[in-house]
Write a protein that binds this ligand. Structure first.
Ligand SMILES: NC(=O)c1ccc[n+]([C@@H]2O[C@H](COP(=O)([O-])OP(=O)(O)OC[C@H]3O[C@@H](n4cnc5c(N)ncnc54)[C@H](O)[C@@H]3O)[C@@H](O)[C@H]2O)c1
Length: 460
């Protein structure tokens, strides 16, 4: 089975090399952002390896198994080189990235020392902020304007100035700012025209993250949402992304407990083991934890964390196994832990003849250490998507998100393993390579004819 972008007429041109600097524009320069930038600078100096990054560390199989073609993804697809990334962004605090990295205590001071100069050069631009959407933070630097449209225009100017100053060939945006309070989609979000009127009339239903998303997409900058905010997934933004031929993706980086959930749940379901209850709790002491201590922001996060199980387990198709599942998610702000989050899961399962069993998971993770490589992969792939001529929702990047944005008439795909196949097959499509269905039947079709194996090629 051979699908190719060329044959499907999705991608008309071959994708070129990623030449020149890539501006990485980030609303929110806190723990995840400073961990990402510190890690990239350490890597550039040969101090550390980008473990956890799929684009940097993973290989992709091409062709038949006997061909032994397994290049690293970064050697297979023309991604931006990490040396070509220039970081900039916005925050409500004026800390440099070095100060932000020290404060969030992900890396120790001595680990940061070799990259202190590089990190100290990066200072946030004043944010677009509204305390109604993030209750537990008090801004030091923020933009002021009469209307939300003017705020969007100020952001567009920042984007333009940053790219010019840094001689960037392209730009990409990723939200790594705080989780905003939960809001429902409303009339002002339903079309670009209504949204733009709302911006001019200061609609209370337009959040800061929507203003950033609008500014990015107006500037044709691909934009991904790293928090669970209602933002780039409203119809108005989808319309703008299509109109401006720009990719969008989100929401909520898939790390920690939800990563574990989307690894374990598909396995239990694949073996038709039933689940009665799934209790998840976390303690977390960083600024993200403080923001999530507010009920409004927690509701946004809770919805994102809870949505994964139903779409993986499909209780409507397997009511006897999954329709009675009680799913509970808690996050407790506990300052002594800082960024070193601890998650507990208790899973009540049942098997043969209804016999009950339990699984306990205690994940002592580091939030930003898990999130930084995910953010790196997302920004590199969003830039790739734009150069490949893709626009609108990038569902193939679901692999990296807790609540993947999807076409409204489709159910989301949350199973990590299906997401992984989707991700790799899309890369194969982009590069005009054969899509793999993994059935393996073709190896056995002419059983009595010896297969002419090619000598294995050396991988890089
Ligand atoms: N760390 C993880 O594993 C993980 C996983 C999924 C999602 N997330 C999300 O990623 C985001 C970043 O996480 P973090 O741990 O770096 O949080 P953080 O609190 O350390 O950093 C967020 C930063 O955003 C700033 N901010 C708030 N509102 C802003 C605005 N309107 N414009 C610009 N800056 C603004 C805050 O001042 C803060 O410095 C959070 O929304 C979090 O929920 C994190």
């Amino acid at each position: 089975m051979l699908f190719k972008f060329k044959e499907q007429n999705i991608m008309k041109n071959d994708i070129g090399e990623a030449k020149g600097k890539l501006a990485v524009l980030i609303p929110g320069m806190g723990a995840v952002t400073s961990t990402l930038i510190a890690g990239v600078e350490m890597y550039k100096k040969g101090i550390g390896k980008p473990f956890g990054s799929v684009t940097q560390m993973q290989r992709i199989r091409l062709g038949k198994r006997y061909e032994n073609r397994n290049p690293l993804i970064k050697d297979f697809i023309p991604l931006s080189d990490l040396n070509d990334l220039v970081f900039g962004g916005w925050d409500i605090y004026d800390d440099t990235i070095y100060q932000a990295a020290l404060k969030c205590e992900v890396f120790a001071e001595e680990q940061l020392r070799p990259v202190k100069e590089e990190l100290s050069r990066i200072k946030p631009m004043p944010a677009v902020f509204d305390k109604k959407f993030v209750k537990n933070l008090n801004p030091i630097i923020m933009k002021k304007a009469k209307t939300k449209m003017e705020l969007a225009e100020l952001l567009m100017k920042d984007i333009k100035d940053f790219c010019e100053k840094n001689k960037a060939a392209r730009a990409v945006g990723v939200w790594a700012a705080s989780t905003e309070v939960f809001i429902d989609e409303s009339d002002v979000h339903t079309s670009l025209k209504k949204f733009e009127e709302g911006l001019k009339k200061n609609s209370p239903y337009i959040s800061p993250s929507m203003i950033y998303a609008y500014a990015m997409l107006k500037m044709k900058v691909p934009f991904a949402m790293g928090a669970p905010n209602l933002s780039v997934d409203i119809p108005a933004m989808m319309e703008l992304a299509e109109l401006n031929h720009t990719p969008i993706a989100g929401k909520d980086f898939k790390t920690g407990q939800t990563l574990m959930k989307t690894i374990i749940a598909p396995g239990l379901k694949a073996r038709m083991l039933g689940i009665k209850g799934w209790y998840s709790t976390n303690i977390l002491g960083n600024r993200d934890g403080l923001v999530l201590d507010d009920a409004g922001s927690f509701k946004t996060k809770e919805k994102s964390k809870k949505s994964v199980l139903a779409s993986i387990l499909e209780p409507e198709l397997y009511p006897e196994l999954y329709s009675d599942l009680y799913h509970k998610v808690r996050i407790d702000y506990y300052p002594p832990r800082g960024d070193a989050k601890e998650g507990w899961d208790n899973i009540d399962i049942f098997g043969w003849m209804n016999m009950p069993m339990q699984i306990k998971i205690n994940f002592l993770c580091r939030d930003s250490i898990l999130a930084a490589p995910v953010m790196l992969d997302i920004l590199l792939c969003m830039d790739l998507a734009k150069r490949a001529g893709l626009k609108g929702i990038q569902e193939w990047l679901s692999f990296f998100f807790k609540s993947p944005i999807h076409r409204p008439d489709l159910t989301p795909e949350n199973n990590l393993f299906i997401q992984h196949v989707k991700f790799k097959n899309t890369l194969r499509l982009i590069m005009h390579e054969e899509v793999l269905d993994h059935s393996g039947l073709d190896y056995y079709e002419n059983r009595f004819k010896p297969i002419q194996a090619k000598p294995p090629k050396k991988t890089k």
